[in-house]
Write a protein that binds this ligand. Structure first.
Ligand code: BMA
Length: 391
């Protein structure tokens, strides 16, 4: 984290090693600390650093994340530099969630109308300010051509040997090309926490529990990793597993593709924070996820949460923060991401609920409470972050 110091230490170690080998001595000391044990043994230095730094922060902090934060807000759309989080608390979120649904169809904008070129620009901006990028993908149904919520069984058709496998490689290529275009100012690939096939313990997406077998789900996940990493050569991805709510460890792990295929153990949980009486369910689930993750040398995260319209004036401190802080294990989650703040006018024009927001916004009844939440030492917004991309 103290970059100039670690750079000069590394330089000193290199000089010593060079001097030692010039003098004919052998040295057994490693030149730099060993890398973390990631899905991708060739992960870029910045990707490794992100993992290690999130691990360092996790015991004492949670990074606040928000989906589509830079693209639009409750009352605005595509305004340079704008963010409902910043408008409310004076700083951007620490984690930016983005969504790729419809990229696989060759669309210019995602299923929520976010232009993919704009998205790449916002990802570069957030990363340049020191933020963290996570990507989900509400992918269309490859068997029926319907959308992501079309639950026609499809997984068995895209795994190796399936009739849609070749076409599905093409869909993964659209992802690989998009991610390959995510570069920092020096041309280095921007690290991305990739969260595919999420909420698979539920049955509302085509990869959901009732639509596919355990083995086919695992095969889909493993193929995806191997294709992106080994065939497409992407080395800036950390892979995030994120079931929906679960009761037992066995249920959580039922479709887990294996330690070699997952870097972060996540949990999507909207259910528990709807009422005071169920907050402890989230605490219990997070504690379980943290223990499972740490036993494997992995990170844990609250990968999606929120309450539509944030109707409670103390939701941030008295629900979300309380749920995370209530248990010494649960509080070691690395980040917590709330879902998007859909533009109210656009939603109403489409005949959909106009209160589809999950983050803060300045006119919200919860705005003061979000500021209290953001001001704690525990919660980190972007400006609170150390350099996450240097070890
Ligand atoms: C859902 C809703 C949808 C949206 C989808 C993908 O939870 O917000 O309106 O299309 O996520 O972002």
């Amino acid at each position: 984290m103290s970059s100039p110091v670690s750079r000069s230490l590394l330089a000193a170690a290199v000089l010593l090693a060079v001097a030692a080998s010039a003098a004919g001595c052998s040295t057994t000391a490693p030149l730099a600390a060993a890398g973390p044990d990631l899905v991708d043994a060739e992960a870029t230095a910045e990707t490794q650093a992100l993992f290690v730094n999130l691990q360092r922060l996790a015991p004492d902090h949670v990074l606040f994340g928000h989906q589509d934060d830079l693209a639009y807000g409750v009352t605005w759309d595509r305004e340079p530099g704008r963010s409902d989080t910043k408008d409310t608390a004076g700083d951007y979120p620490a984690v930016y969630g983005w969504e790729l649904g419809d990229l696989e169809l060759g669309a210019e904008a995602n299923l929520d109308g976010v232009d993919f070129g704009d998205m790449q620009r916002w990802i570069r901006e957030g990363h340049a300010r020191g933020g963290v990028i996570t990507i989900a993908w509400h992918m269309a149904n490859p068997a029926s051509g319907g959308n992501t919520w079309d639950t026609t069984p499809a997984v068995h058709t895209v795994v190796p040997g399936g009739e849609n496998h070749e076409a599905f490689r093409g869909w993964l290529d659209t992802f690989a090309d998009f991610v390959d275009g995510l570069r920092d100012a020096e041309g280095r690939p921007i690290p991305v926490l990739f969260r595919p096939y999420h909420e698979h313990t539920g049955s509302w997406f085509w990869w959901g529990a009732d639509m596919t077998s355990v083995e086919d789900y695992k095969a889909l996940w493993r193929f995806t990793v191997e294709y992106l990493r080994d065939e497409r050569g992407l080395h800036n991805l950390l892979y995030v597993y994120s079931p929906d709510v679960f009761q037992t460890e066995a249920e959580y792990l039922e479709r887990y593709p294996g330690d070699d295929y997952v870097d972060v153990l996540g949990s999507d949980d909207y259910q528990a924070l709807r009422s005071d009486s169920t907050i402890s369910d989230m605490t219990r689930r997070l504690a379980t996820v943290v223990r499972l993750a740490e036993a494997r040398g992995k990170l844990a995260a609250l990968t999606e949460t929120g309450l539509e319209g944030v109707p409670d004036a103390d939701w941030w401190t008295n629900r979300l923060l309380r749920a995370i802080e209530a248990d010494p294990d649960a509080r070691r989650v690395a980040w917590a991401l709330v879902w998007r703040n859909a533009n109210a006018e656009a939603r109403a024009a489409q005949g959909q609920s106009a209160t589809h927001w999950f983050g803060p916004h300045p006119a919200g009844a919860d705005a003061d409470d979000f500021r209290r939440f953001a001001a704690t030492d525990f919660v980190l917004l972007e400006g609170d972050l150390p350099d996450l991309y240097e070890r």
